[in-house]
Ligand binder design. Structure first.
Ligand SMILES: Cc1ncc(C[n+]2csc(CCOP(=O)(O)OP(=O)(O)O)c2C)c(N)n1
Ligand SMILES: [Mg+2]
Length: 584
């Protein structure tokens, strides 16, 4: 078979991806993947960015797909190259992000015979791939090309539809892998449908709080009316940026406290409670504020006190609204998993619930406590200058509405949850919380930066930065701008909060993992600007400069792990010590 057959088929495949709305592809170098990579790169409606490390490429694609909501194609060569996509594919599966993973492979006659760069790629991503298909190498007959067009459509719609996630197509490609002469124009019998339409469309079912959701809606309206102590809990929901405002409107309308993780986009409006994590650490306060109804949208927030409080609410009715009715209930506390489009349902509920006048004390009690907690936290943090919590709080206040904040796992995501204020116009906040990995953090943020309109800021720890330091190459090779706010406590500061911290030298060496890296050298290597910030004022000024700059800047804030743990304890104690306010 000639290379022209492979290229003619893959040209149609890439054309069809573009017709289905794919706009981004992330390629990685190699020989076997040449037809795949060049076909994507030559499709004019697709922007192909190049990533020399597939692990970085995978996470970059994940960031792009999260920020844009569109499936992103990945293409790499055979062997361990494809295995390097594993962490991003698993994160995409858990976080429900659409990816099209296109791997090149040896044809069957070169598998399991000691041929170079060959591993078993069949179902390489296991249950993390929503759909797997082996794509063989065939002459580009009209039938074959139509099949490739249908395949592209099916891959895109499968990644997007139902529970979004990664799709894996494994392409067996034979030599020659390069064309002798450029492909001519596409002959009419191989072209796609007229008018630029996809070969197969699969219109989404009308998003749903429709007819099927009527009983659900009626039930929720009744429960909200009959249960005076309701709370709304909002966790990570990155897919629909309009969900956060809709939840805030519902909470305000129903006069129900809204416990919203910033990853929900709902920490806004008069019903939002910012400091639930600190408040619920006080067992007396937590039990005095036990609700009789919990209505949750999005994932479970990260906050451990919130999770244990929810887990122990034996008398409350707990309802989760999930677009794919996913089972997100590790503590077995949920009574109803409602399959509905969250925003449609929230908007419909807002139109139906009555403002509940008789239980003002409930809402007011939460509000007063939140205000008191904010004051206690402010007073506790101020004398310490620029601390890790202070950085999270400053970003919460300073970042413009048009900005996107990407938050690393470990303490950054927790500090953002604990210290971000309520704002009318919060920035968008994204985080890889599907599998809670600290891997791929930098690359994800660059992927977000490639898709976002406004400035993008990454808040990360030093271990997460060291883990994906190669992701900084995107600053240089792709010329992308990102502000990296680095909380450098020389190790995994989160582990100082755990009992393992008592284990002395073994803890330091094997768990905390101090590395002594001076990230100024990383900045120099990858051509990024670098600044140290040592006071809140300096951080603000540096942040302003970095947000204006077209290039990537690393702003380092040096902290101390043990002092950071002590400061968190001090803050929690200060919140617990505020005057108690009965709510009944
Ligand atoms: C890929 C991966 N490996 C290991 C872990 C376990 N882990 C959780 S937090 C953490 C340390 C993170 O340190 P850093 O990024 O400096 O943040 P800090 O804890 O200091 O806030 C590690 C290793 C993980 N979540 N993901
Ligand atoms: Mg650290």
């Amino acid at each position: 078979m000639s290379a022209a057959d492979a290229y003619a088929g893959l040209r149609a495949f890439a054309d069809e991806l573009a017709r289905c709305g794919v706009r981004e592809a992330c390629t990685s170098p190699g020989s076997r993947s040449t037809p795949l990579v060049l076909s994507l790169a030559r499709e004019p409606r697709i922007r192909a960015t190049s990533h020399l490390d597939e692990r970085c490429g995978g996470f970059f694609a994940l960031g792009l797909a999260k920020a844009s909501g569109l499936p992103v194609a990945l293409a790499c060569t055979s062997g361990t190259a494809a295995a390097n996509y594993v962490p991003a594919v698993f994160e995409a599966h858990e976080a429900r992000v659409p990816l099209l993973v296109l791997t090149a492979d040896r044809p069957p006659e070169l598998r399991d015979v000691g041929a170079g760069q060959t591993i078993d790629q069949v179902k390489l991503y296991g249950s993390a791939a929503k759909w797997y298909l082996e794509v063989d190498d065939q002459p580009a007959t009209p039938d074959r090309v139509r099949w490739l067009r249908r395949l592209a459509c099916r891959a895109v719609w499968t990644a997007l539809e139902g529970r979004p996630g990664p799709v894996h197509l494994n392409f067996a490609l034979r030599e020659p892998l390069v064309l002798d002469a450029p492909l001519g124009d596409e002959p009419p019998e191989l072209r796609g449908r007229a008018g630029g339409r996809p070969w197969v469309t699969r219109p989404r079912a009308a998003a749903g709080a429709g007819a099927a959701a009527e009983p659900l809606l009626d039930g929720l309206v009744t429960e909200l009316a009959e249960r005076p102590r309701a709370v709304l809990v909002a966790g990570r929901a990155e897919r629909d940026p309009r969900l956060g405002p809709a939840l805030a409107a519902l909470a305000e309308r129903a006069s129900v406290p809204l416990l919203a993780d910033p990853l929900s986009g709902a920490r806004r409006g008069p019903a939002a409670v910012a400091h639930y994590d600190a408040l619920l650490r006080d067992p007396g306060w937590a039990s005095a504020h036990a609700p009789d109804l919990v209505l949750r949208f999005g994932d479970l927030p990260t906050s451990k006190p919130l999770r244990s409080w929810l887990a122990g609410l034996d008398d409350a009715l707990q309802v989760v609204v999930d677009p794919e009715a996913a089972w997100q209930d590790p503590d077995g506390a949920v009574a109803t998993i409602a399959p509905a489009d969250p925003r449609t349902l929230a908007e419909a509920l807002t139109g139906r619930v009555r403002r509940r006048g008789r239980d003002r004390g409930w809402m007011e009690g939460w509000r007063r406590a939140d205000r008191a907690a904010a004051a206690a936290i402010g007073a506790a943090l101020t004398p310490h200058g620029l601390s890790e919590p202070r950085v999270a709080a400053e970003l919460g206040v300073r970042l413009p509405r048009a900005a996107t904040l990407v938050v690393a796992s470990s303490m950054p995501v927790r500090d953002v949850e604990t210290f971000f204020p309520v704002r009318d116009d919060p920035p968008r906040v994204l985080s890889n919380r599907g599998a809670n990995g600290i891997d791929g953090t930098v690359s994800t943020a660059f992927g977000v930066a490639a898709a976002a309109r406004g400035p993008v800021v990454l808040l990360t720890g030093d271990v997460a930065l060291a883990h994906d330091v190669g992701g900084l190459l995107a600053a240089r090779r792709l010329g992308l701008g990102l502000t990296v706010v680095l909380l450098d406590n020389d190790g995994g500061g989160i582990f100082n909060f755990l009992p393992v911290a008592r284990e002395g030298a073994d803890f330091e060496e094997h768990v905390a993992t101090p590395h002594g890296l001076d990230f100024a050298h990383a900045a120099a290597l990858y051509g990024c600007a670098f600044e140290d910030a040592t006071s809140p004022e300096a951080l603000r000024a540096a942040l302003d400069r970095a947000l204006e700059a077209p290039a990537t800047t690393i702003l380092r804030v040096r902290t101390e792990r043990e002092a950071n743990r002590a400061l968190h304890e001090e803050v929690w104690a200060a919140v617990g010590a505020r005057p108690s306010m009965p709510t009944r």
